[in-house]
Design a protein around this ligand. Structure first.
Ligand SMILES: Nc1nc2c(c(=O)[nH]1)N[C@H]1C(S)=C(S)[C@@H](COP(=O)(O)OP(=O)(O)OC[C@H]3O[C@@H](n4cnc5c(=O)[nH]c(N)nc54)[C@H](O)[C@@H]3O)O[C@H]1N2
Ligand SMILES: Nc1nc2c(c(=O)[nH]1)N[C@H]1C(S)=C(S)[C@@H](COP(=O)(O)OP(=O)(O)OC[C@H]3O[C@@H](n4cnc5c(=O)[nH]c(N)nc54)[C@H](O)[C@@H]3O)O[C@H]1N2
Ligand code: SF4
Ligand SMILES: [Mo]
Length: 700
């Protein structure tokens, strides 16, 4: 008999599509877009269309495994779940007795974005243990902080709002690949005459469809935004009345703009002075204009300030709170799950110390010293492939005295270093609830098929571990629906956006819209605008940032890489290059990068280099090259193309090192922290590039 089951795409993508799985005799035979989902619109992206290849991939881990050879040697023996849980609980108890619970570090991120399998699974058991807490900073921490400090909350308009825009500036974002369901709305607006400008060091798929593509140097966006503001003010195109009514700190920011004349900004950004002036005039006069940003402009040393500076532009032109105008970053602020219901922290021992996930390698190698990290539990993440400074991460994972558990669907780069591997369910085999960061819909994922082999969900494993550790709290034994019901009720009690949405409604399938009083962010209130900041206004000057010892005004403090890396860069006679490692079109970070059909479409790992830079180094198209710096190196295939600008190399993230010679681009990326929120700085990466020697292993 055929059944149809409503599910939700769990991957790290703002669209959070709905899909339907057709099941025959317990096997998923077809998976397709939910035709009634308002954002999915009847089609899935290239990554998730072949989802059943992911679910039924022959590489799925089906049983618990124990390491039997040296770490990383790939020798495993199948064990039972009872043995696995008893061993983990026993090892943890011994570690806690000697070092305390903070010697245990859970590490999870975005394998799934579900409330149960990621949100609650990353909180409850670990709080109850008093384990080290993970600062979840690898993605957009500085942008989140910058937007909240400036505007008060992460609110964003529905994709369809772009129908009102006369101009869209897509800035540090590549939605054709990373938010594909925004594109039909944008294309429709373009057909009605809306102009599209893309600001990105690389001519991305999104930039190829733009009226104008500007390619600044990585990390220079804050200076560019302040330069645009300088030109706008010089031309008298700012909205002084709006600024007076709705902002704090305009006179101070205005004074600072004197430092950002187009000449200086051209030198910093590598753009032409005339282009800076033209873009400023275009933005100030083509209204309403939407600035749509993502994390391309944040993953560097001054990412927080870059975002603060960009957030100032709609204020200077008085465009917040208007359909088609303002800033689009994330819709995450409309629903923040009730923290007490998610984590039950008040019923737990004192919170453990915080370990920044960007410093995983350093932490494992001794930066987290008191106590040292003796146990690592990884789920929904693949840090050996995706965390910065992979060499340090791998050296940390190789520690013989580190007890590592990896809960995974696949034998990833990280799983290779586990002591115990636990088989994880895919989204078709588990229950969850999903809000989105690009839309304002809420949807329930019902399991469509039984777990493959002995796979269990993240939360199911936590419940087993809690029982084995003797924790009797009922909130450590709820099933997924009970977890959802509790968190939904607790959140609805203080958030009217959830009014009238029940678990029963959600379980009927399909996405439900949040009950937002006002779809246009920050619209309403006296004078037409309101901001949930302490002052109720756009905080161009932020007391809160000043209190943290940070620059209270948007600014641009330079974009450097570490000193020892710079020395290595000097070894390149043609000079160092920036290396940015943005999203691959056919993977979601390292998810799907082991799927043959998608690998084939993405091609072998490559680095794009501008013809001028290639010529200076004697590189021809297709050459095998080494990119390297003081942190490490990796071997890639050169693609010589004008799609990237001079001085900038591009090599997308997500490759599994083990499938491509043992190293990926993260062997070069920096684990230094950015200016706000403990942000990752993947794109503050200077490297040298040269032809690969016949045997790259000789590089050490
Ligand atoms: N296909 C696909 N989709 C994804 C992902 C994926 O891996 N693949 N990842 C998901 C995740 S985890 C996230 S966080 C989002 C990210 O979504 P996006 O932020 O849209 O993706 P990125 O490719 O990381 O960055 C966007 C663009 O920023 C550019 N960029 C890099 N540095 C700079 C800079 O300094 N200034 C400017 N102006 N631009 C810069 C890059 O060239 C890139 O084209 O996408 C999600 N969706
Ligand atoms: N060089 C470079 N590196 C980057 C970035 C960059 O811009 N440049 N971007 C960074 C960003 S934005 C992000 S968000 C991170 C993302 O990094 P991660 O959050 O680590 O994401 P993935 O690489 O997709 O790995 C997720 C893993 O979770 C597993 N998984 C999926 N579902 C489940 C589940 O239900 N249970 C369990 N137990 N496992 C599951 C998948 O099989 C996969 O191996 O990468 C970062 N890495
Ligand atoms: S990855 Fe994004 S676009 Fe693709 S199906 Fe999932 S939510 Fe939709
Ligand atoms: Mo991310």
């Amino acid at each position: 008999m055929n059944t149809l089951v409503h599910g939700v795409c769990p991957h790290d993508c703002p669209d959070t599509c709905g899909f339907i799985t057709e099941v025959t005799d317990g096997r998923a035979v077809r998976l397709y877009a939910d035709p009634n989902h308002a954002v999915t619109g009847g089609w899935l992206c290239a990554k998730v269309r072949p989802y059943l290849d992911h679910v039924y991939h022959p590489g799925r881990v089906r049983y618990p495994l124990r390491r039997v050879g040296p770490k990383g040697s790939g020798q495993w023996a199948r064990i039972s779940w009872d043995e696995a849980i008893a061993e983990i609980a026993g090892r943890w108890q011994a570690i806690m007795a000697e070092y305390g619970a903070e010697a245990i570090l859970p590490y999870s991120y975005s394998g799934t974005l579900g409330l149960v399998q990621m949100g609650v699974a990353s909180a409850r058991l670990w709080n109850r243990l008093g384990a080290s807490r993970l600062a979840r900073t690898i993605c957009g921490a500085a942008a989140e902080m910058a937007v909240e400090m400036t505007l008060g909350a992460r609110y964003s308009q529905p994709y369809s709002d772009v129908a009102h825009s006369r101009l869209v500036i897509v800035w540090g974002h590549n939605p054709v690949s990373t938010a594909p369901h925004f594109m039909p709305a944008l294309r429709a607006a373009q057909r009605q005459g809306c102009q599209l400008v893309v600001i990105d060091p690389r001519r991305t798929r999104t930039a190829s469809g733009a009226d104008w593509h500007l390619a600044p140097l990585p990390g220079s966006d804050g200076a560019l935004a302040l330069g645009l503001a300088h030109v706008i003010v010089e031309a008298g195109l700012q909205d002084e009345a709006w600024l007076a009514a709705h902002t704090v700190g305009w006179p101070a920011l205005r004074a600072r703009l004197a430092d950002y004349d187009p000449g200086r900004v051209a030198a910093i950004t590598g753009l032409a002075e005339a282009d800076i002036i033209q873009l400023a005039r275009l933005y100030a006069t083509t209204r309403p204009g939407l600035i749509k940003i993502a994390d391309g402009l944040v993953r560097n040393r001054n990412g927080g300030q870059n975002v603060r500076a960009v957030c100032a532009l709609p204020a200077i032109t008085g465009q917040y709170g208007r359909p088609g105008g303002g800033l689009a970053y994330s819709t995450s602020g409309y629903v923040q799950w009730d923290a007490a219901a998610v984590g039950h922290m008040a019923e737990c021992p004192p919170p453990g110390r915080v370990v920044n996930m960007n410093r995983l390698g350093a932490a494992l190698l001794g930066e987290a010293a008191d106590p040292p990290i003796k146990a690592l539990y990884v789920f929904g993440a693949n840090p050996a492939a995706v965390a910065p400074n992979a060499g340090a991460v791998v050296r940390g994972l190789q520690r013989d005295d580190l007890f590592t558990v990896v809960h995974e669907l696949f034998m990833t780069d990280t799983a290779d270093y586990a002591d115990i591997i636990l088989p994880a369910t895919s989204q078709l085999e588990q229950t969850d609830l999903h809000k989105a960061y690009g839309t304002t819909l809420l949807a329930y994922n019902a399991p469509a098929i039984p777990p493959l082999g002995e796979a269990r969900s993240n939360w199911a494993v936590m419940c087993l571990l809690a029982a084995a550790l003797g924790f009797g709290e009922p909130w450590l034994q709820q099933d997924a629906d009970e977890v959802i019901a509790e968190v939904l009720a607790a959140t609805a009690a203080h958030n009217p956006a959830l009014a009238g949405i029940t678990l029963a409604d959600l379980r009927r399938g399909g996405a439900l819209p949040l009950a937002l009083a006002e779809p246009t962010p920050f619209a309403g209130g006296e004078g037409g605008c309101q901001f949930p900041t302490p002052s109720g206004q756009v905080e161009l000057f932020s007391e809160a940032l000043a209190a943290l010892g940070l620059d209270p005004l948007p600014g641009w403090a330079g974009q450097e890489d570490d000193g020892d890396v710079a020395r290595e860069v000097d070894l390149d006679p043609a000079g160092g290059l920036y290396l940015i490692s943005s999203a691959a079109h056919h993977f979601v970070t390292s998810s799907f990068a082991n799927q043959p059909a998608l690998q084939q479409r993405e091609g072998e790992p490559f680095v794009e280099i501008h013809p001028v830079d290639a010529a200076a180094r004697g590189i021809r198209p297709g050459d095998r090259v080494i990119v390297a710096n003081g942190r490490g190196w990796c071997a890639l295939r050169a693609v010589v193309t004008e799609a990237t600008r001079p001085g900038v190399l591009v090599s997308p993230k997500g490759r599994w090192s083990k499938l491509h010679g043992g190293r990926n681009v993260n062997w070069t990326t920096s684990d230094a922290l950015g200016d706000m929120g403990g942000q990752s700085t993947f794109h503050s990466n200077r490297v040298w590039l040269r032809k690969a020697p016949p045997d790259p292993a000789q590089l050490g």
